[in-house]
Design a protein around this ligand. Structure first.
Ligand SMILES: [Zn+2]
Ligand SMILES: [Zn+2]
Length: 274
């Protein structure tokens, strides 16, 4: 029993990391910004992982996030600390998310391309069902109380620490490579699957990689490179170009250089080197 309790916090942290990276790669970069095309097999794995660890519905997530980009830090932004106040977003992030995700108009306007398929109707729409199955699996593996504590610990970390740290501090304080209202935090990026390189992301939303310079690390990009190598993710020409543009702008190369015709043909293979 003592061994199990020793690993309980590790399991909670590991689950949160899995959930954060799956959210970043599949929901955010894949569906919301179409910076990646995810193979259907990998898609089912991501959806299952997100169902078990977060219960999030992909259509709602995509719609709320695209609305955030459309109205960033002004009236209409679902979770702006500049509009709502820093602590409101930090503490009530999940409330603001759920409220917007239940807005039918938001769903229709911002996620018309994300169709509810048979998988959604039979399984993935049942968010609480996924969380319950996830909790039962944890209890089967760890034992009842260690499983419950690991599951609740993960939920608290995800809902009240990591997810709000992207929406709150990410639009409040930090460093900037580009002129917009979002900020980077190099150290938080290590624990948020790269999401805290938020200033880079708002400048180039189609770029599949969020780190743009030396000293910035995007953990999700490592997974994406592995999935590209395995043929489970592809990166189209415009997304690959967005990535190259972002990194060249940070490196200080001029707009004329960026407009060079050679870049128009940037392919997904071009980006795997790093
Ligand atoms: Zn943002
Ligand atoms: Zn985004």
């Amino acid at each position: 029993m003592s061994v199990q309790f020793f690993i309980v916090p590790l399991v909670a942290v590991a689950l949160t990391q899995v959930a954060v990276i799956a959210t970043s790669v599949y929901l955010h970069r894949g569906l919301a910004h179409q910076a990646l095309r995810v193979h259907p097999i990998a898609g089912v794995v991501f959806r299952t992982v997100l169902w078990l660890t977060t219960g999030q519905r992909r259509r709602g997530w995509v719609a709320v996030h695209r609305k955030h980009h459309a109205f960033t830090d002004r009236e209409g932004d679902p979770h702006s600390p500049r509009v709502l106040g820093f602590w409101r977003v930090q503490v009530l992030n999940v409330y603001y998310y759920v409220r917007e995700a239940r807005n039918g108009e938001t769903i229709r306007r911002f996620a018309p391309d994300v169709i509810e398929d048979r998988g959604d109707r039979l399984l993935f729409s049942w968010g609480w069902g996924g969380l319950s199955v996830g909790m039962v699996l944890l209890c089967l593996v760890l034992g009842f109380w260690p499983g419950v504590i690991a599951g609740v610990g993960h939920a608290l970390l995800y809902v009240f620490v990591l997810a709000p740290s992207i929406n709150g501090p990410g639009h409040w304080r930090g460093t900037q490579n580009f002129e917009n209202t979002a900020y980077n935090s190099a150290w938080r990026a290590w624990i948020t699957g790269g999401e805290s390189l938020h200033n880079n992301h708002h400048a180039h939303p189609r770029a599949p990689q969020f780190s743009a310079r030396f000293g910035e690390f995007d953990p999700s990009w490592l997974l994406i490179r592995g999935l590209v190598a395995a043929g489970l993710v592809t990166i189209g020409g415009s997304a690959a170009k967005a990535r190259v543009d972002m990194r060249r702008r940070v490196a200080g190369e001029s707009d004329e250089t960026l407009a060079a015709p050679a870049l128009a043909g940037a392919r997904s293979e071009d980006l795997v080197e790093g």
